[in-house]
Design a protein around this ligand. Structure first.
Ligand SMILES: [Zn+2]
Length: 392
């Protein structure tokens, strides 16, 4: 095994978004590469901070791009479709210009939020009719319409509309739902291809492997989606309340069926110690609200484990949050000050905490990538597992 030749130049030219594999770990399925997009190159494996409302809460775009080095962020189609609306964003020059973000953007299809947030919803083979969680108004997402919405945003990477079943569901329901997801992916893919033929801008559309927690359905779904010859593939339906080992098992069930020269994206994962576990199973891209949401709730991730900042023991703790971290928060402030801001409900707390947590996630990914390229990923993984066992 070892390093692999990059994809052929001809193929890269034809592809809207191309993936270059730089190194593979000979002992695990881990890979390091570069994802080339119209808004810059993305070093993989990558963690994508979540900017639900076209903002990563508490951070400026300059913080994200320049200080933290985020090369791609995720934005949510469901939320931006409802408010301010995709037509407005298109009119204002697309999402990159609207939010003044120079790097790449991936948008989800909105499916996950329709199933988890909206009130009444009705699924048919045509799509899903749902009620806005904001004002109760009725809307329809179809495989084609969610492609149109994401093209109006100008997203670099679009996701197909999928059905994300809750956990647990019966094998029968999971199969029916998975077949619908495959049909929707084909429709979305056909529509996407017809739209981009005339488009002056470049984009990629990723289909999503579903099948709940049934390996046979996951494999059937992956095999069907590979026929679409997409620029990348996602594994969805994870982090829906299943035990953690099961999520990893579903990735394992799928990974060998997905083309090796395309990026694989595990949606909505995970905790810091899980990031290298997904990478070890062949995942190149991940996203999760945990670093930003937990930061705001007082839960901080450090190189020595978690810090619950409200704990009394930090009241007069003069040390930086994480002695090994080089973020602005850790360079400038004490745990005592952060705790004071948190206890006082100050806005600055959320700003400083988010900045650190996102930096921690991005640093972890940089460490993983470095380990893969320098052929020390198995040792890296061993250390992470030992540390995680210590904490638990
Ligand atoms: Zn820090």
């Amino acid at each position: 095994m070892g390093s692999r030749a990059p994809s052929a130049p001809l193929q890269s030219k034809l592809r809207q978004v191309s993936f270059e594999l730089l190194a593979e770990c000979p002992h695990t399925r881990a890979r390091a590469g570069v994802l080339h997009t119209p808004h810059g190159d993305i070093e993989t494996p990558v963690f994508m901070p979540v900017g639900t409302q076209a903002t990563v809460k508490g951070l400026t775009q300059r913080d994200l791009a320049e200080e933290l080095g985020a090369q791609i962020i995720l934005a949510n189609t469901y939320h931006l479709f409802l408010r301010p609306g995709h037509e407005l964003i298109r009119k204002l020059g697309g999402l990159h210009r609207f939010m003044s973000w120079p790097n790449a953007v991936l948008t989800d299809s909105g499916g996950f939020q329709v199933f988890s947030l909206s009130g009444l919803r009705k699924i048919s083979d045509r799509g899903v009719v749902f009620q806005s969680h904001l004002d109760g108004s009725s809307h329809t997402f179809t495989p084609e319409s969610t492609v149109d919405v994401q093209l109006a945003f100008g997203s670099d990477i679009l996701m197909v509309l999928d059905e994300c079943p809750e956990y647990p569901v019966s094998h029968e329901y999971a199969r029916e739902s998975m077949h619908r997801t495959v049909r929707w992916a084909k429709q979305a893919n056909d529509h996407f291809r017809s739209r981009i033929v005339e488009s002056p801008t470049r984009h990629a559309l990723f289909p999503i492997v579903q099948g709940s927690m049934f390996p046979d359905l996951r494999r059937e779904c992956a095999a069907a989606l590979v026929d679409l010859d997409a620029d990348g593939y996602a594994v969805g339906g994870l982090s829906v309340g299943e035990p953690r080992p099961l999520s990893l098992e579903m990735v394992e069930a799928t990974e060998d069926l997905l083309p090796r020269d395309r990026p694989r994206y595990a949606m909505g994962v995970g905790m810091p110690a899980e990031l290298p576990e997904y990478v070890a199973r062949g995942i190149d891209m991940m996203d999760c609200v945990l670093p930003s949401r937990n930061a705001r709730n007082g839960y901080l991730f450090t190189s020595a484990g978690r810090v619950i900042i409200k704990h009394a023991r930090y009241r007069d703790d003069e040390r930086p949050l994480d002695e090994k971290c080089r973020c602005y928060t850790c360079k400038s402030y004490s745990r005592a000050y952060l705790r004071h801001l948190f206890q006082s409900g100050e806005i600055l707390y959320a700003v400083l905490a988010t900045r650190h947590n996102i930096r921690r996630y991005l640093d972890i990914m940089r460490g993983i990538r470095h380990a893969i390229i320098s052929k020390s990923f198995p040792e890296y993984l061993k250390c992470v597992r030992a540390a995680a066992a210590d904490v638990d």
